[in-house]
Design a protein around this ligand. Structure first.
Ligand code: NDP
Length: 328
């Protein structure tokens, strides 16, 4: 059921007992007794190549796509994320602009800078790096972004469009998850998808995305959360389980059944010093002995989130310039 897009080297890196992709088959999976690994790095690379190609199409029409990142926070992790996004832009030919605002500046300064970016023709996408410093009304800041440049898909207008079946910008993590499922040949229409987590960032937009009619949609979606009664019973009957709870190894192999596809969104730093590592919301090693396919952490959803931001940016540039991209 799942055609993997990973390379032999990558599979070895992930410590799976696999043979080259060219030899991939159900028989091999049975022999190894392990799940297929859905390789987010490989799919993200593919998305970046598509974006680079789209940038060339735009350049040929005299358009250079531009993404602005806005940081108003002292959080070192946020600073790193912004730097990574700038690097991603450079790699595919998107111009990036960084706006940094002192955390003790008044909120009005942030809003003024957003207004300037909204008005600037060279900017096609605006990303407000969250969390913003505490003194700022974050929802108000997200509402300030021109919905036509809201490549993160957080503006209420874009949220509403997704919910009403007329999406413009869809948040990058759900978009990346959908693409991973499609690349892994998961038959989404009609499948029973259980999402653990109901955040505005992941759970809710993913549910709405998978409910849309057509390719990549038409799923039967259940959204679970911390008040859900008997989480295991929901997970146990699912064809696809997406876990975005931010709880290390919340989902264990006892909850999962063979044949399930697992997408682990969680990123949890555990341990100290040299023992510090990133783990997901799924107990990976045991789960990989049970299910049909699984995303690793790191190397699963994370790279897809970054790649989809680039994709949303070129789509925005093309839309603004009324250029039809040879995309998809
Ligand atoms: P939030 O904290 O906003 O939401 C977590 C959700 O999980 C909530 O709906 C919460 O329920 C639910 N939840 C928490 N504990 C349980 C539990 N024991 N059982 C069932 N549901 C539970 O997190 P985010 O959605 O922002 O992020 C989730 C995880 O995904 C984090 O680890 C984050 O780092 C990661 N992430 C990764 C991304 C990537 O690109 N790989 C992108 C975005 C996030 P309730 O609503 O009732 O509180």
């Amino acid at each position: 059921m799942h055609a993997l897009s990973s390379t032999y080297a990558r599979i070895r890196e992930l410590k799976c007992e696999w043979v080259p992709v060219s030899d991939m088959s159900d028989a091999i999976r049975k022999r190894s007794g392990r799940a297929d690994v859905i390789d987010g790095e490989a799919v993200a690379e593919q998305v970046r190549a598509e974006v680079a190609d789209a940038v060339e199409q735009l350049e040929a029409a005299g358009v250079t796509p531009g993404l602005a990142t806005v940081l108003m926070s002292d959080d070192p992790a946020s600073e790193t994320y912004v730097r990574m996004k700038q690097r991603d832009c450079a790699e595919v030919g998107i111009e990036s602009r960084h706006v940094e605002i002192d955390t003790d500046a008044p909120q009005a300064e942030l809003f003024d800078r957003i207004d300037e970016l909204n008005a600037e023709d060279a900017i096609d996408g605006i990303l407000i790096q969250r969390p913003l410093t505490e003194s700022v009304d974050e929802p108000a800041a997200l509402r300030r972004v021109d919905p036509e440049k809201d490549v993160d898909g957080f503006h209420p207008e874009n949220v509403g469009r997704l919910v009403t079946g007329d999406p413009r910008f869809v948040p990058c993590t759900p978009l990346g998850i959908q693409r991973l499922l499609l690349e892994a040949d998961v038959e989404i229409p009609g499948s029973d998808v259980v999402i653990v987590g109901r955040s505005e960032l992941v759970g809710k937009p993913l549910a709405n995305l998978l409910l849309l009619r057509g390719k990549g949609g038409d799923a039967t979606v259940t959204v679970c959360h911390s008040k859900t009664d008997d989480l295991a019973s929901h997970i146990g009957r699912a064809d696809v389980v997406v876990v975005a709870a931010g709880v290390p190894e919340l989902v264990t192999d006892e909850m999962l059944t063979p044949g399930t596809v697992v997408i682990d969104v969680g990123i949890n730093a555990v341990g100290e010093g040299d023992d510090r590592e990133l783990i997901g919301d799924v107990a990976y090693e045991a789960a990989a002995e049970t299910v049909d396919a699984i995303t690793p952490v790191p190397g699963g959803v994370g790279p897809m989130t970054r790649a989809m931001l680039l994709r949303n940016t070129v789509v925005s540039a093309a839309r603004k310039a009324d250029i039809e991209l040879d995309f998809d």
